[in-house]
Design a protein around this ligand. Structure first.
Ligand SMILES: Cc1ncc(COP(=O)(O)O)c(C=O)c1O
Length: 388
């Protein structure tokens, strides 16, 4: 570990504050460090390892594809990409998909598509996109602009123009912006993840859908973190009364390989024409094979199980000593504690449980198939650490 730590500090750009742990392998929800210590991993690589580490079915899907070919280009047809797109459309009712490599890229693609659609149907001056204060949409200059948190903008100005921010759960604040700007779309996360695991109010989301319809605005939902079963439905919007025009996802989609997907509804499915957008690695066959194995397993039984585990965590922690509140949906949860999030995270890690933060909260994102036994063990550790 010490050698790796030195190499990392010397050669890796300093963007990350790492925990003092070097993960060398894992199995399911168990991660093992360079000293052979086992942890129950409730972070899942920040909602990426949908079925945990080194999942057998996932390994088989990936290795079978690598043996055939690992990359071609988007100049040729390839089966994994087409099959995954079909599967995603069947799970969501959306009509077409663009594949990229990350959440930020999926959102870039959505933003370009929304502007293109508005330019073609209403005029190019209709380019403003309304997002929400406290949102997080990525780290590129445009997705930072979409992100409604000043702290992420500082010293990176000027950002891409044309983003305005409404207060979450305040429909009047959205209405005001709609009346002041020539808008193309509204864009939001239904559970603000990086913003502190805050689900939007159901009534607000319903009103957002109605407002968008009445004003001819596209509804763009960022399901980068909430998608792929994380909230107990295939997508978080299935817990709400809203019909999206564009849905983005990434993180858990390929269960540990990089992928981004932008899903288009019927109205916008043909917005892109050849040459308007693209990606060298987007639709990579290995990543798509991994994603097919993940998406095929997100069925009603698994989703019911996610809800059961979620209920268990809520019940176990809601009134626990040192816990002020618990927010979130499914297996995407934020715990506000008497201690600082850092103290709880460090305390849990020392006792063999990996959790992370979201603003001032402790965030839990366990693999969707975590065993009840290990979930219970991990929750007991969290309770113990919170009360001390
Ligand atoms: C809601 C949301 N959108 C976009 C992103 C950016 O995704 P990526 O880091 O894959 O670019 C994230 C990452 O945390 C996210 O949570």
């Amino acid at each position: 570990m010490s050698n790796i730590k030195e190499l990392d500090s010397k050669y890796i750009a300093g963007t990350y504050g790492r925990f003092p742990v070097e993960i060398v392998k894992g199995k399911g929800e168990i991660a093992i460090d360079s000293e052979g210590r086992e942890y129950i991993d409730l972070s899942s690589g920040i909602a990426v390892n949908t079925f945990g580490h080194a999942d057998e079915e996932w390994i088989n899907a990936v290795t079978e594809q690598i043996k055939l070919f690992s990359h071609t280009s988007n100049l040729y047809y390839s089966a994994p990409c087409a099959r995954l797109a079909e599967l995603l459309c069947r799970h969501t009712g959306m009509s077409k998909v663009f594949f990229s490599n990350s959440g930020a890229e999926a959102n870039e693609c959505a933003i370009k598509a929304a502007r293109e659609y508005a330019a073609a149907t209403k005029g190019p001056e209709y380019n403003t996109i309304i997002t929400l204060i406290n949102s997080f949409h990525g780290r590129t200059i445009t997705t930072l602009a979409a992100t409604g948190q000043d702290t992420f903008h500082k010293n990176f100005l000027p950002l891409t123009e044309g983003f305005v921010y409404a207060a979450a759960n305040d429909i009047d604040s959205v209405k005001e912006l709609v009346s002041e700007h020539k808008c193309a779309a509204i864009m939001m996360e239904l559970v603000q993840g990086e913003g502190g695991v805050n689900p939007l109010d159901k009534e607000f989301v319903k009103e957002m859908g109605e407002l968008a319809k009445a004003n001819d605005l596209l509804v763009v939902l960022d399901e980068v973190q909430t998608g792929n079963g994380r909230t107990g439905k295939f997508c978080a919007y299935m817990n709400y009364d809203i019909n999206p025009d564009i849905v983005t996802t990434a993180k858990g989609l390929a269960g540990g390989l990089p992928i981004g997907a932008t899903l288009f509804g019927e109205k916008v499915k043909d917005v892109y024409k050849p040459g308007m957008h693209g990606s060298t690695f987007g639709g990579n066959p290995v990543c798509c094979a991994a994603a097919i194995s993940v998406v095929s397993r997100i069925d009603d039984e698994l989703l019911a199980d996610v809800c059961k585990k979620s209920e268990y965590i809520f019940k176990a922690l809601e009134n626990a000593e040192g816990v002020q509140s618990i927010t979130g949906m499914g297996l995407m949860l934020g715990i506000k504690t008497d201690k600082t999030a850092k103290e709880v995270i460090d305390g849990c890690r020392e006792k063999g449980v990996l959790v992370i933060s979201a603003k001032d909260k402790v965030r839990l994102l366990p693999p969707l198939n975590i065993s009840f036994e290990n979930l219970q063990k991990a929750v007991e550790v969290i309770k113990e650490v919170c009360k001390q």
